[in-house]
Design a protein around this ligand. Structure first.
Ligand code: ATP
Ligand code: MG
Length: 152
């Protein structure tokens, strides 16, 4: 299926804005980016990542969503200023049922499935997903997908 990534991201963000107190800033790309992908599943990735950003930012810090084109690829990043993730957890983060175990995450709760689903969806579309984070400062999750060929 053919769809505008920009429109999908905006739609998802607007839904979160209606139901959450965290400010969500959207840094949109200048150009429209078309994807050939399963729109519902890419939507699920966005929902999981934005939900995490909100859930692991207990002090209602803002969330930043940014999309950019680089050559024939789209990069989508979701940044928060929340509790952060220890480096030792990076390699296990995207596996099923894995949760960082500390007093903050125990308070927050979860099943540890969201990120494994994100990885599965992004990789099944030929893309990749990465994390950058530091404890107490926040986290950025970025996924990359190939764009649809220009039809001109
Ligand atoms: P759920 O299945 O409801 O999504 P979950 O949020 O615990 O549960 P994942 O989304 O897979 O599971 O995330 C795995 C773990 O990674 C989390 O338990 C948390 O420890 C850590 N994590 C994920 N996103 C963030 C984030 N934005 N900031 C800090 N820690 C995070
Ligand atoms: Mg989650």
């Amino acid at each position: 299926d053919h769809f505008s990534l920009n429109k999908l991201v905006l739609e998802v963000i607007e839904r979160f804005r209606e139901t959450n107190d965290h400010a969500i800033h959207f840094d949109n790309a200048d150009n429209d980016m078309l994807l050939i992908a399963d729109r519902n599943r890419i939507e699920q990735v966005l929902v999981n990542l934005i939900s995490n950003a909100i859930k692991y930012s207990p002090n209602e810090q803002e969330i930043e969503v940014r999309i950019r084109q680089d050559h024939n690829q789209a990069h989508v990043s979701i940044r928060d200023f929340g509790i952060g993730i220890p480096e030792h957890a990076f390699e296990k983060l995207f596996t099923k049922f894995y949760r960082v175990d500390n007093s903050d995450t125990r308070k927050i709760g979860g099943t540890g499935l969201g990120l494994s689903i994100c990885k599965e969806i992004i990789e099944s579309h030929g893309g990749s997903i990465e994390v950058e984070s530091s404890i107490g400062k926040g986290s950025t999750f970025t996924f990359t997908l190939d764009l649809a060929e220009e039809t001109s």
